[in-house]
Design a binder for this molecule. Structure first.
Ligand code: ADP
Ligand code: ZN
Ligand code: ZN
Length: 836
């Protein structure tokens, strides 16, 4: 970030500004980076007035601190001039977001009941705001001399501070000890040290590179100026190239920096700084040329292009995997760029830059910025600023890319719109897929949601005419969809050992596939070796100490591990209940499948892809490359394999057990199961050879499984909506969940109960706007404890979101004290996805 004014230590006493001057001061509306609802009015001192504009960050006094704020625009609200505070500083040379996004931020803040400053923080790349923190320094005159302090820890602190003032974390690092806050306070009281507040620069900055260029055009020959040899070489290099990076000059001329300094003093060269953008991609991408569209694709492109001319509209593009959706996106993106407008492309969150991102880069080159969680803080900032400055007009990334700072987006694409990763489940609980439609509406743009297995919500939006549906029904090159065979696992009851889950049918199919030198993908939605270790003596499942779930055995690392909080203990440890050593490894996971396969297919090269095997940087790429280069014959994996990758060599997909997610205590369990099965099945036969799927299940008659077998999302939808309608769940109602959690069991429970009472009081208060709201709970969350925090929830439902919004505002804003509790935290989840 180009910090306009280097942050300095301000004088402790701010100059007072006379009343009359304040009355004439320009006033701006600022959203502060502090969890408060509403925005604040600040004055702009004359000297900063030319630098302030919407979208820039400013440093403002806020209570006793100084924090970062975001300028939203001119403020016309009435304020008491005596209380009007001026801003301290303007932090940016160029705005970090366009003014056109301000209404969007306000909408998000209002809808998700979230402070608008926090919304903007969430949108911007992390680590760019300067922070104020406490700094300790010695009070020289009253500090004991070295060695005269009798407390060894205090002596160490004094020693650490001898060179320069430090933050408490820095003191801890320098001394290598834990420094209790009380200790510093004690030393402060003795007047040995003193504390002050100081502003520190941001973690992430744009990187600058120095360039040199010839300053004056002179006809005199360089060697006639009486300069030394190296200086002459520099001047002739510059005469030849015009402008050169100082780094490059250094490589050619020894001690070039020193010579450049002299030359610049003599006004013979000019030194300038320019931002450099780190390339996050590593691998170069070959440019591609667009193929000729199929008649079906052409029809879709025509329909959307036509709609683009008349402002906002939203489309659901339903098309089987491999039907050419990505190609359609790219064609429409090109049209949008031709109109001079920008494009946002959202892709599901995976550890890697996705296939879609790669293909967009191949087509649009330097016009593409990638905003992806896989980038470092600095890289993310670079990409962001390129968009903010209008240098890139295609922004592509996971859910947070919905906040890409494009001034005028004309097309917003959501690929795999059914994917749950568009929903953020912490801090600001937003759904990027829904926000895509909101932003498109505000920008008079087109929202295009694509999927082979559209969400129930989006199909319902088609039914209610909010979205228009367009279809791609055929795979490119007329490749056929894989044939799916269902194997009833109930009939395997009498089988022993591995034959229970690698059935005779599956085994034979694998053998045949391997014999043809083709590849196999085996899917199981659970990692680890055994997901249900149970004590053979007392029967107790082995649970996490911090969470209310069973541990999973990981045989390779020889531990029991908690998949919620990461807690683990040795696999050799005894039953946590009775101390017995005999623990049975029930349940299965991808690791068990992998282990079982080795003796069955001794010649095959087997790999596993799940969170455990891909945790290390580069590990996932290695697996994908291995698959592409046919160095892997069988890949075992979790839902990670269902996402976004294109494996042309895979002709057999085996679904080990389709039912794992069906029994989740969540009304979307059927939807999730259908989607993941249909997506995994769609991984088969994407290359030239036809594909085959073996789907093993205990519920062959369940409609989610039957419709996944038929790859028919409408068949699934038609049955699912009947059930949703009967119980009045979305899409037939709107929901909101209050999530309450705390470390103390009783306090959390009491807080939840009080919150429930507050809700009910408002319900009976006779407010007609709340009449339709239904409140359920508080109940203990299905996962009643995670990472040491007890969890409760209150669910509310209403036919319209307006009523829910009105209700939750009253609950929240009329009970500040209750929700300001230190011990128990409360989050509002509008349109919740996870009921766990
Ligand atoms: P989807 O996104 O629906 O899975 P893709 O756009 O990835 O489908 O298309 C599948 C494959 O077909 C890709 O390899 C793509 O390059 C190719 N393809 C797409 N459209 C065409 C076309 N019109 N002509 C030739 N090949 C195409
Ligand atoms: Zn845990
Ligand atoms: Zn036991």
């Amino acid at each position: 970030m180009a910090l306009f004014v280097t942050l300095r230590r301000l004088p402790p006493v701010r100059p007072t500004i006379p009343h009359k001057k304040k009355a004439n001061m320009e006033k701006i509306e600022v959203a502060v980076s502090f969890p408060v609802h509403g925005t604040y009015t600040y004055g702009v001192p004359e000297g900063l007035s030319a630098l302030v504009c919407p979208g820039k960050r400013v440093m403002v006094p806020f209570g006793k601190r100084r924090i970062t704020g975001y300028v939203l625009g001119r403020d016309t609200r009435e304020v008491d001039c005596d209380r009007l505070k001026p801003i301290d500083d303007v932090l940016d040379e160029t705005p970090v977001f366009p003014e056109s996004m301000v209404p969007f931020f306000r909408w998000v803040a209002a809808y998700y009941v979230h402070p608008v400053g926090d919304v903007i923080c969430e949108a911007l790349p992390g680590g760019i705001n300067p922070l104020e923190s406490a700094v300790y320094e010695l009070v020289r005159e009253s500090t004991p001399a070295a060695g005269e302090c009798d407390d060894p820890l205090q002596e160490q602190v004094l020693c650490a501070l001898r060179d320069k003032p430090l933050r408490s974390a820095q003191i801890a690092r320098k001394t290598g000890c834990d420094i209790p806050a009380g200790l510093l306070l004690k030393m402060e009281k003795k007047k040995w040290i003193q504390k002050s507040r100081q502003v520190f620069g941001p973690r992430a900055r744009t990187r600058k590179r120095r360039y040199a260029k010839p300053a004056v055009q002179s006809d005199r020959p360089i060697d006639g100026m009486g300069l030394s040899g190296p200086k002459c070489s520099i001047l002739s290099l510059l005469a030849e190239h015009g402008e050169m990076a100082v780094d490059r000059l250094k490589a050619e001329v020894p001690r070039a920096s020193d010579h450049l300094r002299d030359l610049s003093r003599k006004n013979m060269v000019e030194i300038l700084e320019k931002p450099v953008y780190r390339d996050p991609f590593g691998e170069a991408v070959e440019p591609d040329t667009p193929p000729e569209l199929t008649p079906e694709q052409r029809r879709v492109v025509r329909e959307v292009t036509h709609a683009m001319k008349s402002g906002f509209s939203a489309f659901l593009l339903a098309g089987v995997t491999g039907s050419g959706k990505t190609e359609v996106y790219m064609h429409l993106a090109a049209r949008t760029l031709d109109e001079g407008r920008g494009v946002i492309v959202l892709v599901p969150e995976i550890a890697l830059i996705t296939e879609v991102e790669r293909r967009f880069r191949a087509r649009f080159g330097q016009d593409v910025a990638v905003l992806h969680s896989g980038l470092s803080a600095g890289e993310k900032l670079d990409q962001w600023m390129r968009v903010a400055k209008g240098e890139c007009r295609v922004a592509i990334g996971a859910r947070s890319a919905i906040f890409a700072p494009l001034a005028d987006p004309g097309l917003i694409i959501v690929d795999e719109e059914h994917d749950f990763s568009y929903k953020q489940e912490n801090r600001l609980h937003y759904n990027a897929r829904d926000l895509a439609v909101v932003r498109a509406r505000q920008a008079r743009a087109v929202a295009l949601l694509g999927s082979a297995t559209p969400s129930v919500q989006s199909i319902a939006n088609v039914a209610s005419r909010k979205f228009r549906e367009i279809n791609l029904t055929r795979r490119i090159h007329s490749r056929t969809l894989p044939e799916v065979a269902v194997v009833d696992l109930r009939k395997q009851k009498d089988q022993r050992g591995t034959a229970r889950f690698i059935t005779a049918e599956l085994k034979e199919a694998i053998q045949k596939t391997l014999a043809r030198s083709e590849q196999v993908l085996l899917f199981l939605n659970r990692r680890g070796f055994a997901s249900h270790p149970v004590c053979a003596r007392c029967g107790e499942p082995q649970k996490c100490r911090h969470c209310d779930i069973t541990l999973t055995l990981h045989k390779k690392s020889n531990i029991y591990k908690c998949h919620m909080c990461g807690y683990f203990r040795a696999a050799t440890s005894r039953c946590s209940h009775c101390g017995s050593e005999a623990i049975k490894a029930l349940g299965m996971g991808t690791e068990k499948i992998e282990t079982a396969l080795r003796p069955l297919f001794p010649g095959a090269r087997i790999a596993r892809m799940d969170r455990d095997t891909t945790a290390r940087k580069g590990a996932l790429v290695k697996i994908l490359k291995g698959l592409k280069n046919r160095e892997i014959d069988i890949l075992v994996g979790t839902q990670m394999v269902a996402k976004g990758h294109d494996f042309p060599g895979i002709t057999l997909v085996g679904i080990i057990c389709a039912d794992l997610s069906l029994s989740f205590p969540d009304f979307r369990a059927g939807e999730t199961t259908f989607q993941v099965l249909a997506q995994v099945a769609g991984r088969a036969g994407r290359g030239a050879s036809p594909g085959r799927v073996i789907l093993q299940t205990y519920n062959p008659g369940h409609f989610a499984i039957v419709s996944a077998r038929n790859q028919d999302f409408m068949e699934f939808y038609n049955q699912e909506v009947r059930f949703r309608k009967a119980i009045g769940y979305p899409p037939f109602s709107r929901m909101l969940q209050i999530k309450i959690s705390g470390k103390d069991k009783d306090k959390t429970r009491t807080h939840a109960e009080t919150t429930g009472r507050i809700c009910r009081q408002i319900l009976v208060s006779g407010d007609s706007k709340c009449g339709s709201v239904e409140v359920m709970g508080p109940i203990e969350a299905p996962l009643s404890k995670v990472a040491g925090r007890y969890r409760w929830q209150i669910l509310m439902k209403a036919p319209s979101s307006a009523d829910l919004q009105h209700f939750i505002r009253r609950v929240f804003f009329e009970n500040h004290a209750h929700f300001g509790s230190r011990d128990v935290s409360t989050a509002i989840d509008v349109d919740p996805m996870s009921m766990m």
